[in-house]
Design a protein around this ligand. Structure first.
Ligand code: P71
Length: 461
């Protein structure tokens, strides 16, 4: 395991800067009103510290920028594709690699080929857009995460694990014919960025093999997951992140990857597979939707940056710094008395918005109301992952099935902000905590038919 003193500070220095500005509180109040109280509608230039997502927001390294000049922009068979493919083969270990422009198309093409109408797909927990992709293909995603995941206060490692008994009863009840595959999200974003243990990956694969069901990993944060295994799972302390990342995928038949997360690029994704037949079935969909199969909607230079980013994401010093920064923010919020999901996960700090704002009923979208409040208070943008993103219509008219958690996520972009920025976020919460009982709820004035959190409009109650 790497020594603590090696990660006291960022394992890089800063060569290029991008100015940011804090506009006045009065202006922030005006901007959020003009944005219909949905932080997605804000212009990014009016945000001081943007923790909306860790997706596509990384700072690239000098090496990534320099290999971009080596981008081969040939339509078919570009050198950049082969460099990218080799990186996926080396780091993740999959034989067949299909580039896509981000995670969603990777999911869409794989699911299109595998899911029939009426099928069931067990997950630990699907991310919102992944669940929507399953639904779009006529399937239903089922959560099989262990119950402890829903207890935001329980400090136990690997709260992203699948409950094998739940998984077994889904297989027994539905029958393996209705289950085209099992999917494991590492780390479990929806559940607070919580990791999945190697033992759990192994056990799920064993159960799946017994039932002839393939296993796919949603790999967006597979390197952060490996870090938690290195730190907390018996037998992995002396292994490198690179070794652990690779072992994780030996318990899967394939993966979908949003490369906008751990692989440190601003755009990109891929499907990794070992089965040639499945690979061949997906290729025509790439040609129809993303262009040719050696670029998948990306430029040659994007593939170069992605290949380099894959090598950088498994750097032990980098990853220790990365997770430590997220934990630094988490500890400050916890010390102030803000209810954060524990233990603090990989990609961000998740606030239990219902606990923070107990006066707001779920029907008033506490997570998103908190998002409005912290923007006005400190110019900080986060994202609500609760009722607005995940509530479902019940069987009775007007009935709403609320998700088990109402979270507000402060996702930390990779290599972008300093700890001082984290201090400013914490200070914003310190001020907000004093007046939390005055924070107003939200009422929808418009909602789109799918993934409504992106485009909804509100008024303050
Ligand atoms: C995140 C995102 C991206 C996002 C989503 C909603 C609002 C704002 C930003 C995307 C994921 C993900 C996992 C585990 C697949 C995707 C889709 N996450 N799996 O967390 O977290 O990938 O965005 O590249 O299409 O902010 P894609």
């Amino acid at each position: 395991m790497i020594e603590k003193e090696r990660v006291l500070a960022e394992p890089f220095r800063i060569k290029v800067i991008e100015p940011i500005k804090l506009i006045s509180r009065e202006e922030r109040e005006k901007k959020i009103k003009e944005a219909y109280y949905n932080v997605f509608n804000l212009r990014a230039e009016n945000i001081y510290i943007d923790l909306l997502t860790d997706s596509g927001t990384s700072a690239m390294s000098n090496k990534q920028w320099s290999v971009m000049m080596m981008g081969d922009e040939s339509y078919a068979g570009a050198r950049s594709f082969f460099r990218f493919k080799e990186a996926v083969q080396k780091i993740l270990g999959f034989k067949y690699v299909i580039p896509t422009h981000q995670g969603r198309p990777a999911e869409s093409f794989l699911f299109k080929v595998l899911i029939k109408k009426g099928d069931i797909v067990p997950f630990n927990m699907p991310f919102d857009s992944t669940g929507a992709q399953v639904k779009d293909k006529g399937g239903t995603a089922i959560e099989c995460v262990a119950d402890i995941a829903y207890d935001s206060k329980a400090v136990v490692p690997f709260k992203g694990n699948i409950d094998l008994n739940k998984l077994k009863s889904v297989i027994d009840k539905e029958g393996r014919e209705k289950i085209p595959f099992i999917m494991i999200t590492i780390t479990n974003n929806t559940g607070g960025g919580q990791p999945v243990s190697m033992a759990n990956l192994k056990a799920v694969k064993k159960l799946a093999d017994k039932n002839h069901i393939p296993v796919f990993i949603d790999a967006a944060r597979c390197a952060e997951n490996a870090y938690f295994i290195q730190q907390h799972e018996e037998g992995y302390q002396n292994k490198t992140i690179a070794e652990i990342v690779k072992e994780q995928f030996t318990y899967a038949d394939g993966c979908t990857m949003s490369a906008k997360k751990d692989p440190l690029v601003n755009i990109g994704g891929f499907i990794g597979l070992n089965d040639e037949e499945l690979y061949r079935k997906i290729l025509p969909h790439i040609v129809l939707n993303e262009g040719f199969v050696t670029y998948g909607g990306l430029a040659g230079r994007d593939l170069e940056a992605l290949a380099q980013g894959l090598y950088e994401m498994v750097d032990d010093d980098y990853m220790a710094y990365r997770v430590r920064q997220v934990q630094y923010l988490g500890k400050q919020l916890d010390d102030i008395g803000v209810d954060v999901v524990k233990p603090v996960g990989g990609s961000g700090v998740y606030v239990d918005a219902h606990a923070f704002l107990p006066h707001l009923p779920l029907s008033q979208f506490p997570a998103d109301a908190l998002g409005v409040a912290i923007y006005v208070e400190a110019g900080v943008r986060g994202i609500g992952l609760g009722t607005l993103a995940f509530a479902k219509a019940g069987k009775k008219p007007g009935e709403v099935i609320y998700p088990k958690m109402e979270l507000f996520r402060l996702a930390v972009p990779r290599r972008v902000y300093t700890d001082r920025h984290m201090d400013v976020v914490a200070e914003g919460f310190r001020q907000l905590t004093k007046k939390r009982d005055k924070i107003k709820g939200l009422k929808l004035t418009y909602e789109p038919p799918v993934l409504r959190h992106f485009l909804s409009r509100f008024k303050l109650i």
